[in-house]
Design a protein around this ligand. Sequence first.
Ligand code: GAR
Length: 223
Amino acid sequence: MSKKIRLGVLISGRGSNLQSVIEASKNGIIDADIAIVISDKKDAYGLVRAKENDIPTLFLSPKDYKNREDFDKKVVEELNNYKVDLVLLAGFMRIVTSALIEPFRNRIMNIHPALLPSFPGLDAQKQALEYGVKFSGCTVHFVEEGMDEGPIIIQAVVPVMDNDTVDSLSERILKYEHKIYPIAVQLFAEGRLKVEERRVKVLGKAAHHLGEKVLINPYLNRR
Ligand code: GAR
């Protein structure tokens, strides 16, 4: 088994993705420990989840900093204090600046509830539903400057049904968010992610591969 990497997880709210990483770490699915959870919201439920699992937590109030860069510099200082190898944005609803991205270039990931580059920003599931796409999903990517920007590591695709609501689609997508974030973390821990400009190559053999398989939705089944 490879040496365990140290994660810093940044959150703003519910923390269900944080929970999936906590479980994956506890169950030995990923060779990673969460060293610190940082929130920009005092009442983020994710902080409770971290405390319940004896993970150090920190609340940093954006109001205490004169601009985004200063806030991000403080985040970097804390991540370094906790000797973090990989940063995970997990429902961290702030635009991050170069002050955070540069020191962690290709060592900072984000999860987004859409098939990027479609529907970045807030309410991605609502955007997808209103646009009328027949598939949506979720994306884990390395973070670059810009909203939900950066080389894509892994995506999961889910169908959009005619009777979907924002809630039902969000729930379907979330289930797969919880699957793909731990996979991305483990690929990183194994040193298998190679960034070549926009593309992330996965070194070694994938557990499964879609090959030429395609998905069609809706499907007309003619006899
Ligand atoms: C997740 O759906 C995540 O993909 C999304 O916020 C939610 C956080 O839920 N992130 C973004 O929209 C980033 N642009 P969680 O707190 O339960 O993990």
